[in-house]
Design a protein around this ligand. Sequence first.
Ligand code: XUL
Ligand code: CO
Length: 437
Amino acid sequence: MDWFSHIGSIKHEGRSSANPLAYKHYDPKAIIAGQTMEEHLRFSVAYWHTLTGTGADPFGEGTAMRPWERYSGMDLAKARVEALFEFLDKLGVRYFCFHDRDIAPEGETLQETNRNLDTIVDMIKQSMKASGVKLLWNTANMFHHPRFVHGAGTACNADVYAYAGAQLKKSLEIGKELGAENYVFWGGREGYETLLNTNMQLEMDNLANLYRMAVDYAQEIGFDAQFLIEPKPKEPTKHQYDFDAATTIAFLQQYGLAGHFKLNLEANHATLAGHTFEHEIRVARMYGMLGSLDANQGDLLLGWDTDEFPTDLYSTTLTMVELLKNGGLGRGGINFDAKVRRGSFEPEDLFYAHIAGMDSFARGLKAAAKLIEERLLDEFIERRYRSFTEGIGQQIVSGQATLHTLEQYALENRPIRNESGRQEALKAAINEIIFSV
Ligand code: XUL
Ligand code: CO
């Protein structure tokens, strides 16, 4: 079956191309900073937005024209697998991600749900083998069904917690079966609406225990994926426990889990937390906790998660600076956790959207490599902190300074002179680089 018969393979045609169904910047085999673009940018398609999403919002039903939606039940699930692999092939993308409930419908019982999953996982496995496509990560959707109204790993009801454990166990088995490179935990309902009815300490202890059980079970079955936690500050709950990178790292350290997890950071989650994407990546990097990225962008005029495709070159450039400085993402990738707008309802919009995101990251990569090569920021930052390389500054850095020596120095050192931070000049220079690549 050909689900996108009117669209061919998307090729790199370069900056001068006027073809909207071609890459202007993403050239998989082009070498940037010693590696191919394909190696730097391990792009992934998100099953939930691209195959399962319908364009429904709280005010109206779905608008998306998706030819596979004429089926239902397991036939629909199978058609989506076919559509996914055709889509990946035409885009030239090598990875995808899914929640368990994206790929197969829930049955009347957990047993039936798991049988549905087995059928689709078999089909996905065959398609992965035939195409060479890999699973960047899978996850368990423990937030959609009404049983998770009060949470899953932080539920106030032990029966719900046990159900979540069973679902997680199956999900880890699926990850192992499909050779997932990572496994993601996003705590969709792991938070609270009000402290008035919440035992926060018990909920967080329970959540940590569930993570511990997952680590143990993965070891038991020989599933060696990198575990990732995806922070988000709010939505759907008013307060999500994995608020941002710093909060999540503190949680993992508090419960002795930091060695088993890294972070999957998402641009729109960063801005909801009042941070830039590059801030979140920097924090994770500082703690050796950067795992993978969910690429999208929010709308700063709106207070919720809009999951737009990333097109802001400033953000993709600064993101790629962080990635290059980190020496890449290892087994992580750049997953388009992004959806076409409700008004962009035609199947070809899925191609335009991914092309826009991939080209924005490819251009960001080129700009970032140039920025680093020209040492524009590095040189400025080195100069800015040069007082810490000698004298009293060096004593501070090496830990030799005491309040006595600082006082002695300050009493004799007058006047103090500061220098400009030159923010505007740096931004103008970055603009020039982005325009030039
Ligand atoms: C929700 C979100 C999720 C996770 C996976 O905001 O980002 O789709 O990426 O559960
Ligand atoms: Co996400």
